[in-house]
Design a protein around this ligand. Structure first.
Ligand code: ATP
Length: 373
């Protein structure tokens, strides 16, 4: 899919702006705090999700510089090509509430947009995927899997609920020992559901890992190798039954220490995705540029998976991705991402000069100026 036209009115610092991007790479550049990210944020909202910056809807309308209050009439519009036809959507935000108009059908909510416009976003916050602890990496796998396989979400939710119940029971067992009989019921449930979660995550990782490796090879110009591997807290067990059996054994082996802490110490909620560059941990040893490149590769691989899923590539939004990348890596992003529409924000006009094709837009004080090559 691709965006044909995007317009914003009274959104953040954008008063009344409209762009007609190209189908390939679009660079949005300008000094700090001019409105580049605001533009990407506006486009992202058409996925039906929350702001990728964690902003509340009430923060999105333009603040009147005279009164300091939110202005009314905040609206975003997007014409896009998807499912072999031109479509249009309008998103209005008033008093912290969203309403939509999709191809002329009005709805009093933002949710009807979900699945209409598909996008992948990289923002500086996503660097935590490599820099922080395993929870963010598990979340990367779970989010992708929920999109890829609708049957995964209920299994994951049921696992989390069962885990909470078991943890609550563990805390009570320390006060009344006869409750330990009930534990077996939860152990059986957790082992069955947890085995499914692990199995799905392993097969997703096997599917996405070669894509991530291939993209990283392109970004680093073949100089470095990135590998991602699922790292389960339960070692061994290949089949669903095998993992379930192993899980049950481990739950019973760790029960006394778990009862002391009130927390289940083994299972998919403790697993990780190992990310290594040339055989060493990207988290512990990776440079800023390597960590950035790793997350980018993971995000671009997510776009490839979404393409396989829906039959058309999502739009790719890359916010502030260029800093800390050398010219070779910048060149890859500007000139070698083919077959999908990309929006990249950056500050430096020097970076823009590397572009061989595509469109560029300069942003200044909330105004967007398309520029000729
Ligand atoms: N609701 C709002 N109303 C008016 N202005 C806003 C609103 N929200 C944010 N801004 C202004 O938008 C500007 C920030 O825009 P944005 O985050 O897009 O910057 P940017 O161009 O991406 O900068 P950087 O390169 O530093 O990331 C700031 O000047 C901020 O005050």
């Amino acid at each position: 899919m691709f965006v044909i036209r995007f317009a914003a009115r009274n959104f953040r610092n954008l008063e009344e702006e409209e762009i007609f991007p190209c189908e390939e790479v679009n660079v949005i550049y300008g000094n700090n705090a001019q409105g580049k990210t605001n533009l990407l944020e506006g486009m992202w909202l058409f996925t039906g999700g929350h702001s990728f910056r964690g902003a509340k809807d009430a923060e999105l309308p333009r603040i009147d510089p005279d009164t300091g209050k939110n202005m009314s009439g905040t609206a975003l519009a997007m014409d896009f090509f998807s499912e072999e036809r031109e479509q249009s959507a309008v998103l209005q935000i008033e008093n912290g509430r969203r309403s939509t108009d999709i191809n002329g059908v009005k709805k009093d909510a933002g949710t009807p947009l979900v699945g209409k416009v598909r996008a992948v976003i990289f923002s500086p916050e996503h660097l935590l995927l490599v820099k922080e602890g395993p929870a963010r990496r598990r979340n990367y796998l779970d989010t992708a899997l929920c999109q890829l396989k609708p049957s995964y979400a209920p299994v994951l939710t049921a696992y989390r609920r069962a885990l909470m119940q078991r943890n609550a029971l563990l805390k009570d067992i320390s006060k009344s020992a006869q409750l330990s009989d009930t534990l077996a019921v939860w152990d059986a449930r957790i082992a069955r559901l947890g085995a499914q979660v692990i199995k799905e995550r392993i097969s997703f990782t096997d599917r996405v890992a070669p894509k991530i490796a291939g993209i990283y090879e392109g970004i680093s110009r073949g100089r470095e190798k990135l590998s991602v591997r699922y790292s389960p807290s339960l070692k061994g067990g290949d089949t669903l039954d095998g993992i379930e059996e192993l899980f049950l054994r481990e739950l019973s082996r760790t029960v006394s220490s778990d009862a002391r802490t009130g927390f289940t110490s083994v299972g998919p909620h403790r697993d990780d995705l190992e990310i290594e560059i040339d055989g060493i941990s990207a988290r512990s040893y990776g440079s800023q540029g390597q960590q950035r490149s790793s997350v980018l590769a993971m995000k671009l691989a997510e776009a490839q998976i979404l393409t396989e899923l829906s039959g058309e590539p999502p739009i790719v939004l890359l916010d502030d991705v260029m800093s800390e990348l050398d010219r070779g890596r910048q060149d890859y992003l500007l000139n070698h991402l083919k077959g999908q529409q990309v929006f990249i924000t950056c500050c430096s006009p020097d970076t823009v000069e590397l572009m061989e094709n595509g469109m560029r837009f300069r942003v200044e004080c909330g105004a967007v100026y398309p520029e000729e090559f």
